[in-house]
Unconditional design. Structure first.
Length: 245
């Protein structure tokens, strides 16, 4: 029995090697099968490709919006647009959850203190008034021209972050009621308008033709506030200082 041990030891690497080769072969076959399936799907696509663009163009006048992108996002893909804002909020909650329990509800870490006489402080004093006007303008123009809530909210968030980076304002305490109301303003207004369409008997997120544009602008305004605050807090990071009593 002792004399068999060397031979068993010599066989074991062969078995392991055969198993590894079989695994690599299976992976190669699976990859080739997936690649062949994707190539077949691409080659068998209908020509011309099916599209809803003509139907969207024919019904674009119902919302009174001149921007076709905003029209599609707020009318034909309204559910996706609303859920995108919910995903942003969930991402923010995920960032906040990285904080220890004792810091929950506190302030994010302080951004570095800039030189009071430096260029960053000067820009933080000069740019925000202009940036706020530009952000609101892009929001308003989004109904008829390129722009919209996300673009305007991103500019407002950048201005807010610039002020915090220069040390002119501290990051807010994240358990403030007003702050959290702003965070849910966009999805809440979206949901209320959607339920209103359902209550009227049409469908969820169905806009009355006579009030479609004002309702969409109200949703866009609320979403701009939510996007600006959410993006700013995402970059500020999780709470790192204990909440004030």
């Amino acid at each position: 029995m002792i004399s068999l041990l060397p031979s068993l030891t010599a066989i074991q690497p062969l078995v392991v090697g055969d198993s590894g080769a079989a695994m690599r072969l299976a992976a190669a076959l699976l990859s080739a099968t997936v690649a062949a399936a994707l190539a077949t799907a691409v080659l068998l696509l209908p020509d011309p490709a099916p599209t809803l663009a003509p139907a969207a163009a024919d019904n674009a006048a119902a919302t009174s919006l001149g921007n076709p992108v905003t029209n599609v996002l707020m009318a034909f893909r309204a559910m996706d647009t609303m859920l995108e804002k919910v995903v942003l909020l969930l991402a923010l909650v995920g960032v906040w959850s990285l904080a220890p329990d004792r810091l929950w509800g506190g302030r994010p870490t302080s951004m570095r203190q800039a030189d009071p006489n430096g260029a960053l402080t000067l820009l933080a004093q000069l740019l925000p008034p202009v940036g706020i006007v530009v952000g609101i303008y892009i929001l308003w123009e989004g109904a008829n021209h390129p722009g919209g809530a996300f673009q305007g909210g991103t500019i407002l968030a950048a201005m807010w972050l610039l002020v915090m980076m220069a040390g002119l304002r501290d990051a807010p305490q994240v358990n403030r009621r007003r702050l959290r109301l702003i965070l849910i303003a966009g999805p809440t207004v979206f949901l209320i308008v959607g339920l209103g369409g359902l209550w009227r008997g049409d469908a969820f997120l169905a806009y009355p033709v006579a009030y479609a544009k004002p309702l969409i602008l109200a949703i866009e305004f609320a979403m701009t506030l939510t996007i600006a605050v959410t993006l700013g807090l995402l970059l500020a990071g999780p709470p790192a200082r204990e909440p004030c009593p």
